[in-house]
Design a binder for this molecule. Structure first.
Ligand code: 2AM
Length: 485
C-alpha cells in the first residue's frame, strides 16, 4: 500500500482492539489494523472485519504509510514493555505532530514519562483511559483522553463519535487534562468502582445476616432503590445477581466463595492517595476489605474462637432500616466521590494537568461501570463552580448529606451493635465527621511527637512558627533527627 488512506491506525488485535476498530469503522472512519503477530491481521480481516472498510498492514512501514497526517495511532497492547517497544518501533517512521495514543491499562506515572519523552521528540502523546470492557469498546466506551492538548482537535471527532452517550445524548468523552491525566483519571474511576461495589456488599451483608431477608427480597429492594438517588449500573446488576438462580433453583450468589480477587487499580488509587497525602479512606477500606476476604481460611478459624455481640440479629422496624441504609449508601457514595475528586485535585495541582472536573463526571455518566444518575449532579456542581474545592462545599451535596445524616448514623449504629463489618459505610461517616471538625485532636499528636522526638509544633496563634518544649525538664537539647515518628 503506498497511499495514505486511513483516518486512524490501531495496533493490538486482542478483543478490545478489534472491537474498537469495528466501532470506529461503524462511524465512517477508515481504520488500518496492525498486530505484533501479523497473522492475526489477516485473520481479523477475513473474519470479524469482513465486509467492513477496515484495512490491514503487514509491517510497521506499511502501517505508518497507510495513515493520513497527522497520523493517529492507537496502541491497545499489554501494559508495560509492549507499549515502550511499539513507541520505539514507530518513532523512526513518524513525523512532527503525529499522534500516538496509548489506550491500554497503563499506570499513570508511565504515561507521564512517555508524554515527556515523546514531547521531546515532537510527537503528540495521549494516554487514554478506556472503560466499559469489550462490549463498551464495540458499542460505546467511556473514553478519558489526556496528554498533549494539541492532539485533541484531531481526535475529538472520532473519539466523541464512538464513545458512549449519556442519557441526554452527550458523549462520554472529553479532554481530561495534560500529561498522565487520562490514565490517572481512569485509575481513580476504578478506585471509585471498588468503593461503590464494597458499599453494596456491606448493605447485602446487613440485609442477609442482620435482617434475614432472602435474596429475592433484597433484589426487590435494590430494584426499588434503582428508581431513586442510587440509580446506577452497579445497583442494577446487583438486582439481577440477587435474583439469579442456579440449576437447582437456589440463588447462585450464595454458592460463590467469599474471597475477592483484584487486579490492582484500586490498590494503585489507594497508593496514590497515600503518596499525595490525601484522605481517600473509602477506596482504601474497599481494597483492604478485599484483602480481608481473601484470607478466608484464617477467618474461618477465627470465626470459631472470637466472639461477637450476643444479639446478632436486627429486631427493629425492617422498613425503617431499609430507608436508613438507602440514605447511608447515598451519603457514603457522596463521600467517596468527594474523596476521589480531592485526590484528582491534588495530583492535578502537583503535575499542572489542568483537570477538567465537570467533564470527568460527564465521561463517567455512561459506558463505564460506575455510571449513575448521581454523576449528573456532580457535573452540575462543577458547572456551577469550576474551581469547586470539594463536592461537600456544593449546596446540593451539602443538603444531601444533611438530609441523609440521621439514617446514615442509625444504619451504622445498627450494624455495629449486631457485629456486622461495615468498613466503607463507617469510614465515610468518620471522614464526614472529621472533615466538618474545625479542631481535630492532632494537637495531641503534635505534643506527643515533640515530647518523644523534639519534632516541634506550632501554636494556634502563631502558625508557621515551629517551637520545641522540654516537656520533662530532663535531658539536654534533643534534636528532631534523633527519632522519627
Ligand atoms: P500478540 O497478538 O502478538 O500477542 C494483547 O495481549 C495485545 O498486546 C496483543 O495484540 C498482543 O500481541 C500484544 N502484545 C502483548 N505483549 C506484547 C509485546 N511484548 N510486544 C508487542 N505486542 C505485545
Amino acid at each position: 500500500m503506498s497511499s495514505a488512506v486511513a483516518d486512524f491506525g490501531l495496533i493490538g488485535l486482542a478483543v478490545m482492539g478489534q472491537n474498537l476498530i469495528l466501532n470506529i469503522n461503524d462511524h465512517g472512519f477508515k481504520v488500518c489494523a496492525f498486530n505484533r503477530t501479523v497473522a492475526k491481521v489477516d485473520d481479523f480481516l477475513e473474519n470479524e472485519a469482513k465486509g467492513t472498510e477496515v484495512i490491514g498492514a503487514h509491517s510497521i512501514i506499511e502501517f505508518v504509510s497507510s495513515l493520513k497526517r497527522p497520523r493517529k495511532i492507537m496502541l491497545l497492547v499489554k501494559a508495560g514493555a509492549a507499549v515502550d517497544d511499539f513507541i520505539e518501533t514507530l518513532l523512526p517512521h513518524l513525523e512532527e505532530g503525529d499522534i500516538i495514543i496509548d489506550g491500554g491499562n497503563s499506570h499513570y506515572p508511565d504515561t507521564q514519562r512517555r508524554y515527556e519523552y515523546l514531547t521531546s521528540k515532537k510527537i503528540l502523546f495521549v494516554g487514554c483511559g478506556v472503560s466499559g470492557g469489550e462490549e463498551g469498546a464495540r458499542y460505546g466506551p467511556s473514553l478519558m483522553p489526556g496528554g498533549n492538548p494539541e492532539a485533541w482537535p484531531h481526535l475529538k471527532p472520532i473519539f466523541q463519535a464512538i464513545a458512549a452517550k449519556a442519557p441526554d445524548g452527550a458523549p462520554c468523552c472529553d479532554w481530561v487534562g495534560e500529561g498522565g491525566a487520562g490514565h490517572f483519571v481512569k485509575m481513580v474511576h476504578n478506585g471509585i468502582e471498588y468503593g461503590d461495589m464494597q458499599l453494596i456488599s456491606e448493605v447485602y451483608h446487613i440485609f442477609r445476616n442482620g435482617v434475614g431477608f432472602t435474596d429475592d427480597e433484597q433484589s426487590d429492594i435494590f430494584a426499588q432503590w434503582n428508581k431513586g438517588v442510587l440509580d446506577s449500573f452497579l445497583i442494577e446488576i446487583s438486582t439481577d445477581i440477587l435474583r439469579f438462580k442456579d440449576a437447582d433453583g437456589q440463588p447462585l450468589l450464595e454458592k460463590i466463595r467469599d474471597a475477592a480477587g483484584q487486579k490492582g487499580t484500586g490498590k494503585w488509587t489507594a497508593i496514590a492517595a497515600l503518596d499525595y497525602g490525601m484522605p481517600v479512606t473509602l477506596i482504601g477500606e474497599a481494597v483492604f476489605a478485599r484483602c480481608l476476604s481473601s484470607i478466608k481460611d484464617e477467618r474461618v478459624r477465627a470465626s470459631k474462637i472470637l466472639s461477637g455481640p450476643t444479639n446478632n440479629k436486627y429486631t427493629g422496624d425492617k422498613a425503617q432500616l431499609v430507608k436508613d441504609l438507602e440514605q447511608a449508601m447515598y451519603a457514603s457514595k457522596i463521600i467517596s466521590y468527594a474523596q476521589g475528586f480531592i485526590l484528582m485535585r491534588e495530583v492535578s495541582h502537583q503535575f499542572n494537568w489542568n483537570l477538567n472536573y465537570g467533564s470527568i463526571a460527564l465521561m463517567w455518566r455512561g459506558g463505564c461501570i460506575i455510571r449513575s444518575a448521581f454523576l449528573g449532579d456532580i457535573k452540575n456542581a462543577f458547572d456551577k463552580n469550576k474551581s469547586l474545592e470539594c463536592l461537600l462545599f456544593d449546596p446540593f451535596f451539602q443538603q444531601a448529606t444533611t438530609t441523609a445524616q440521621s439514617g446514615w448514623r442509625n444504619a451504622i449504629s445498627t450494624a455495629t451493635l449486631i457485629g456486622i463489618p461495615i468498613p466503607a459505610l463507617s469510614t465515610a461517616l468518620s471522614f464526614y465527621d472529621g472533615y466538618r471538625t474545625a479542631r481535630l485532636p492532632a494537637n495531641m499528636l503534635q505534643a506527643q511527637r515533640d515530647y518523644f522526638g523534639a519534632h516541634t509544633y506550632e501554636l494556634e496563634d502563631k502558625p508557621g512558627n515551629f517551637v520545641h518544649t522540654n516537656w520533662t525538664g530532663r535531658g539536654g537539647n534533643v534534636h528532631a533527627s534523633n527519632y522519627d515518628a
